[in-house]
Design a protein around this ligand. Structure first.
Ligand SMILES: Cc1ncc(COP(=O)(O)O)c(C=O)c1O
Length: 260
């Protein structure tokens, strides 16, 4: 077993013993279901924080002892977090708080969105993870809410299927929700989003007139007469373009193992 591995299965007694707070008598009969900022901190983290505040709270990476130690600790944190999340370290980004991080992310993302693009948010999220995305409505973004089942608290995939289409550029959802205490099937959601990405790729590969007719009819939801007027052709031609486009798309997607 590598140094960084935690022995499995997790032993609740051993884990609990790592949290000094739970040794306090006031917390003895207390069940605390939380994550993110509102949770108690375990001893290894407290020890590292103490070491940081006592010894290495200086600008990192300068040529003196504590500063070099601080830089090493930072590098180590990227490596360890990447390992815990099964990512490469370039994917790890630290920021001041979840609210500030999502604010920055939404601000960056906003430049890629145009009016009429859609995003999906959920009501199973903490405000810090959802508020910034919802505010994009003021930029003309169509914000769609994937709501929890009232009785179970689940985010059902069938409900997502009714919201997702090729106009959706982003799905902002919790992986682990501390509102209902469950882990969501992010892989299934990602797969659904990727199918729409594939559809976009195939639409881009259609001959120009077919693509135009298809997008107006099925994306812009224009009727046959409106599409014919916009394209300057007969309604019959619109129907032919659309039917060829649908056949070409379903053939191309089937070849990629996608059936709709
Ligand atoms: C799930 C979740 N996300 C985000 C936050 C808020 O994070 P921050 O204070 O870092 O903005 C909380 C606060 O407890 C939370 O429970």
């Amino acid at each position: 077993m590598a140094d960084d591995d935690t022995p499995l299965p997790l032993d609740p007694e051993r884990i609990r013993a790592e949290f000094p707070s739970f040794r306090q008598s006031e917390l003895r009969d207390f069940a605390h279901f939380e994550n993110a900022g509102g949770s108690y901190t375990c001893a290894p983290v407290l020890n590292r924080m103490r070491h940081y505040y006592w010894n290495t709270k200086v600008q990192p990476g300068h040529p003196f002892g504590p500063s070099q130690d601080a830089a090493r600790a930072m590098d180590e944190s990227y490596r360890r977090l990447a390992l815990a999340m099964n990512l490469s370290p370039e994917w790890i980004q630290f920021g001041p708080s979840t609210s500030a991080n999502t604010y920055t992310l939404a601000h960056a993302f906003e430049g890629w969105l145009k009016p009429g693009d859609a995003i999906i948010v959920t009501n199973q999220d903490h405000e810090a993870n959802t508020g910034v995305w919802r505010k994009l409505v003021s930029r003309g973004v169509d914000v769609r809410e994937w709501t929890m089942d009232r009785d179970s608290g689940h985010l059902d995939l069938a409900a997502l299927d009714k919201l997702i289409n090729a106009k959706v550029r982003l799905i902002a959802m919790p992986h682990a929700s501390n509102i209902v205490g469950e882990i969501n099937p992010v892989e299934d959601v990602t797969r659904r989003a990727q199918i729409f990405r594939e559809i976009e790729v195939e639409i881009a590969a259609l001959p120009g007139r077919q693509r135009e007719a298809f997008l107006m009819r099925y994306w812009e939801e224009m009727d046959v007469a409106e599409t014919a007027a916009a394209m300057g052709c007969s309604e019959g031609s619109v129907k032919t373009h659309c039917s060829r486009a649908v056949h070409a798309l379903s053939r191309a997607l089937k070849a990629k193992g996608i059936t709709l």
